[in-house]
Ligand binder design. Structure first.
Ligand code: PBG
Length: 325
């Protein structure tokens, strides 16, 4: 026998002991379900995201009813916009009769208690496929922020609970806060995509919305994957500008950044398990190479353990069901 005073395995000896001392756990109220919507009819599969669909109004209502029954209380909408409505200034993004404001109003009418979030950025609406207005191959900052304010106001008038600017323009949180307050929307929250990286993991999302940049990449506004410290600078700015919650994106490959942000703010922290993270797990699972349920729950637990309060994940509904079972 080894003479061991310390045997950590004693704390793992039964399911009851393990459950009693678990430091982190998952529950459906931590999840925000991203939903793709379109103005067409019916549902359209998304090739690179098996199990995810572009939903029409009726399918959206059905999806949300299912999610609500499973304990999910928050959804965020991402629109696929008809090519004919895309312009260089992306002005469809603040059309009060547009797809997103119409569906926000519909969701709030049917589920007043549901937390409805909207993405604020121009890429689905912009003929260049960039998050901002493009001129001579450059993404304009201040001109873009003006349009983002219009977009946030349009969503607020439709009844959105939280706007989530994902564009990474400088100064947009303060400008959006001002715009909202000046129209009396002091109760509308801002969840800022604070540390959003120029990531290859967004590929399937851009397929879903047909929103890939028509030229170049997003490296002049989204962050360099090499940088963690820089997230603290974005965090300080977003806090100062009045963000109510902050986000790190992607999630799994950036757990260190989630931890860093967690330790440097008192605000709630969200993390986005993005389309590429979903697609990788799904593809391996479909090949029978991994156990989908266990890998998904472990990946989400890891994001929570790193310090995220909230997780945006395409796996929200299956995860909620697996947690119940
Ligand atoms: C748009 C936006 C993107 C995502 C969320 N909002 C794509 C991008 O920045 O290119 C990605 C989400 C995902 O990959 O699941 N600003």
């Amino acid at each position: 026998m080894l003479d061991l005073p310390y045997r950590p395995r004693r704390n793992r000896k039964s399911p009851a002991i393990r459950a009693a001392i678990a430091e982190t756990w998952l529950a459906p109220q931590h999840f925000i379900l991203p939903l793709f919507v379109h103005a067409g009819t019916g549902i359209e599969p998304i090739g690179s995201m098996p199990g995810c669909f572009r939903l029409d109004r009726a399918a959206l209502l059905q999806e949300v009813a299912g999610a609500w029954a499973e304990g999910i209380r928050a959804v965020i909408l991402f629109p696929k916009i008809d090519e004919a409505l895309k312009t260089s200034d992306g002005r469809e993004c603040f059309n009060p009769k547009g797809l997103v404001p119409t569906l926000i109003a519909e969701l709030k009418r049917q589920w007043p208690e549901l937390i409805v979030l909207s993405d604020v950025a121009l890429d689905p609406y912009n003929s260049d496929g960039h998050d901002g207005i493009v001129q001579d191959g450059k993404i304009l900052n201040d001109e873009t922020v003006e349009v983002l304010c219009q977009q946030a106001l349009c969503h607020a008038r439709a009844g959105v609970d939280i706007v989530a600017p994902s564009d990474m323009m400088d100064g947009r949180v303060a400008a959006i806060r001002d715009a909202l307050d000046s129209e009396g929307f002091t109760g509308v929250s801002i969840l800022s995509y604070t540390a959003k990286y120029a990531s290859a993991f967004y590929g399937p999302f851009r397929d879903a919305l047909d929103s890939a940049p028509k030229f170049g990449d997003k490296k002049t506004y989204q962050m360099d994957p090499a940088n963690a410290r820089e997230s603290l600078r974005e965090l300080a700015l977003d806090e100062g500008e009045g963000a109510d919650m902050v986000m790190v994106k992607p999630a799994g490959p950036y757990l260190d950044v989630i931890r860093l942000v967690r330790e440097n703010t008192t605000l709630p922290v969200a993390a986005y398990q993005v389309s590429g993270e979903y697609a990788m797990i799904k593809a391996a699972a479909q090949n029978g190479w991994i156990d989908e349920k266990r890998v998904v729950l472990e990946s989400l637990l890891a994001i929570r353990r790193a310090g995220a309060d909230l997780i945006l994940t395409y796996y929200a509904r299956p995860a909620a069901r697996w947690l119940q079972a």
